[in-house]
Design a protein. Structure first.
Lengths: 236, 236
DNA sequence: GTGTACGAGTTTGCATGCAAACTCGTACAC
DNA sequence: GTGTACGAGTTTGCATGCAAACTCGTACAC
C-alpha cells in the first residue's frame, strides 16, 4: 500500500497548521521550530520518502542549519510518529493499512465525542454557522477538489471548536485527517460525494435537535465511511 | 488547586512505564531516553515543582550529562505537555482544574471506545481474565491503596489490550491516568470504593453480554465518576 | 520615595568538536 | 564461487564553545 501511495501521490496534504500548543512555543523556539515545520512538511508531502534514512548532516545542509536543531526536531517528529528509530538514527515512518485503520478508529472515538459535546455545548449561532458551511457547499454548482477539502475542514473544525475542549481538539489534530487530501478528493465518485453530503446533513440534523448520542453516532459513521472511501481509492 | 496538590502531595504516581513506542526507541537513544525518563519522573513525582523554571545547566549537573541530551529530552517532555515554554527556556507545566476536566473527557472518549471494541473483539478467555482481576480484588479482606491502584491498572489495561488497537492504547497512555495514585486511593471513602466496584462490575457485565454500547457507556460513567472523586479529594 | 538606566552575571540557542559505533566494499582464504 | 575479515569512511551521541538575549541588582536622578 505504501507502493500505492507512492504511485498515486496520496501521502501529501496533511494539515500543516501548527496546533495551539505549537503556536505557543513559537515565541522562544525560533529556528528549531522552523526546522521542525519544514521537516514535517517534507515528510508529509513525500519529499522525504517512507523508510528513507534521515542523515542529520544532510538535513542540516538542506535546511542550512547545524545538526543541533535538526536533532531536536527529530525528537518532536518522533513524538508525532512521523519518524521512527532505526538501529542508528531515524527513518521516515511508513504507515501500514492496519495503522490507518487504527487511526480512523481513534479519530472516530475522539471526533464522535466532540460532536456529542457540541450537541450540548454549542450556541445556536454556532450550530447555524456549521449548517451554513454545508449550505454554501451544497449551493455551489462546481466543486473543485481543493474547495471540497477546505470546506470539509471548516465543517469539522467548527464542530470541534463547539465542543469546548482544547485538549480534545489538539488530540484530534494530532491523530490527523491526513487521508482526505486534494488528490483523494479528486478521485471520489459522485455516489461517494452524495454519501458524504448525506453524512454531514445527518450530523447537522442531530446538532440542531441537540441530540448528543445522535450527533456522536452520525460523526462516527461519517468518519468510518470516509475510511472506506479511502480504502477503495488507494486500492486495498 | 496546584497549592492543594503541593500540600497533599497529590501529583505523584503517574504511570511511569514507557509506552510501546518509547520502548522501541530504547534501542538507539540511550542516555537521552534515560534522561527523558528521569526528568519525567522528577516532574511527575513533584521533585520539580509546577512553574519551576528548568535551567539546562542545573538539570545537566543533576543528571550528570551535558546539556545536549537535556535539551533533546525537553522536546519530548514538551510533546507530552509536561513542560511549557517560557520567554526563555522551559518550566514545569501546571495543570488547572479545567485541564484535568478536559483530560478526563478525552480519556472517557478513548477508553469508552476501547471498551466498546473489547466487547466485540475480546476472546472469551480475555473477558474471563478481566473478570478474574475484579474477583481477586473483591475476594480480598484487606485492600491497601497500593494494591487498589495496581489492580485498577491491570483491569483497565486488560480491557484496552482486548480492543486490539495499539494506537488507541498509546493515546490512552498519553492522556494519562495520572490522578489515581496511592495517595488518592488512600483518601477514598468506603462509599466511593463501593461505587468503583459497582462500575467495574457493570463494565464486566456488558463485556460478558457482548454489549458494545453498554460497555462503552459503563466505562465512560466510570471514568467521569473517578474524576468526581478526584475533585472531591483535592477539594475544588 | 519612585522611577529608570546601566552593566555584571546568567542562560539560552545554535555551532562545532571528537571518540565510539556502525557500514560497506575489497581482498583474501578455501 | 562463497564466505569472512579487515579497514577506510560514515554517522551518530554526547560534550563543549561562544555570541546574543535576557535578568536582576545597584546606583543615580528627580
Amino acid at each position: 500500500m505504501d507502493q500505492v501511495m507512492k504511485n498515486t501521490g496520496v501521502l501529501p496534504d496533511v494539515d500543516l497548521r501548527l496546533s495551539a500548543l505549537q503556536k505557543n512555543e513559537r515565541r522562544n523556539q525560533g529556528a528549531a521550530l522552523e526546522v521542525y515545520e519544514r521537516l514535517r512538511r517534507a515528510i508529509v508531502e513525500g519529499e522525504l520518502r517512507p523508510n528513507e534514512p534521515l542523515i542529520e548532516a544532510d538535513l542540516a545542509k538542506m535546511l542550512n542549519v547545524s545538526r543541533t536543531p535538526i536533532r531536536e526536531s527529530l525528537q518532536r517528529l518522533a513524538a508525532d510518529q512521523l519518524v521512527t528509530p532505526r538501529k542508528r538514527g531515524w527513518a521516515v515512518r511508513e504507515y501500514s493499512v492496519e495503522e490507518i485503520r487504527e487511526r480512523s478508529e481513534v479519530r472516530a472515538a475522539l471526533e464522535g465525542y466532540a460532536a456529542r459535546l457540541a450537541a450540548t455545548r454549542a450556541t445556536d449561532d454556532e450550530i447555524a454557522a456549521i449548517a451554513s458551511i454545508q449550505d454554501e457547499r451544497d449551493g455551489m454548482t462546481e466543486l473543485t477538489p481543493a474547495y471540497r477539502v477546505e470546506s470539509n475542514r471548516r465543517f469539522h473544525d467548527a464542530i470541534i471548536a463547539a465542543a469546548r475542549n482544547t485538549r480534545l481538539a489538539d488530540d484530534i489534530f494530532r491523530v490527523g485527517q491526513f487521508y482526505f487530501n486534494r488528490h483523494i478528493a479528486g478521485l471520489t465518485t459522485a455516489e461517494e460525494q452524495k454519501l458524504n453530503q448525506h453524512d454531514h446533513r445527518e450530523i447537522i440534523a442531530a446538532l440542531v435537535a441537540r441530540d448528543a448520542r445522535g450527533a456522536e453516532d452520525a460523526m462516527r459513521t461519517h468518519i468510518l465511511n470516509a475510511f472506506t472511501v479511502f480504502q477503495r481509492i488507494v486500492g486495498f
